[in-house]
Design a protein. Structure first.
Length: 217
């Protein structure tokens, strides 16, 4: 059974992975404290020890920055993608630290930079045979790149929802993926408040997903 991380433990671990990838060495306890507004180095050390006790870190008290992250592929061949419970309704909501977790993929499967996962809920994407709890990859897209049949996430009314793109010879229209809703014409595709295009689906057939959290790319 994988140990569960607290919110601050997950954020510290994410930050350490990000820092390591950028600098090739670990942040100091003081730098971690400054990043999260923790004034006490003892408190930071306690968080690191909790991560070590749960099997995410290995600590060497005799060395400066003597921490080694365990069980994660930190090579340049992988990319870590944020996963959200809901489609971020605005750009502020898509900040990496607001993610529920991060999932690591081979860089060739991770798609374009700026992409993120959404954990599907109920039947919101049932027309695509997406099940509750599936991970749906959404990647940035420009209006001129859209083609017939694309499924996109669009902002509107303070929230974001999924739609299927349709072309009717006179322009684009958006068909909500939930049954019973009518298509809405798009008068100016260039002004369409796109969040991104659905490009991939990840499903665990046993219904389990690791709680290990990685930093965003």
């Amino acid at each position: 059974m994988v140990a569960t991380l607290t919110d601050i433990e997950r954020k510290i671990l994410d930050y350490m992975v990000q820092y390591l990838r950028a600098n090739t060495y670990q942040p100091s306890i003081r730098e971690i404290g400054e990043r999260f507004g923790i004034k006490s180095t003892k408190t930071v050390s306690e968080h690191l020890q909790a991560l070590a006790d749960k099997g995410f870190l290995e600590r060497d008290p005799s060395r400066s920055r003597g921490v080694r992250i365990l069980g994660m592929d930190l090579s340049g061949d992988t990319v870590s993608i944020p996963c959200y419970k809901d489609i971020p309704a605005d750009r502020q909501g898509a900040r990496s630290e607001r993610a529920e977790m991060h999932l690591s993929l081979d860089r060739r499967l991770g798609g374009a930079k700026g992409g993120f996962f959404i954990r599907a809920k109920g039947d919101e994407l049932g027309v695509l045979d997406v099940h509750d709890g599936d991970f749906v990859l959404v990647e940035p897209v420009q209006p001129e790149e859209l083609i017939e049949g694309d499924v996109v996430a669009v902002r509107g009314g303070g929230r974001a929802s999924f739609h299927r793109v349709s072309g009717n010879g006179r322009g684009l229209s958006l068909q909500p993926v939930r049954a019973g809703s009518e298509a809405a014409p798009v008068e100016d595709p260039a002004s369409l408040p796109l969040v991104g295009r659905v490009t991939a689906l990840f499903r665990r057939l046993d219904g389990q997903i690791s709680q290990v959290s990685l930093t965003a790319h």
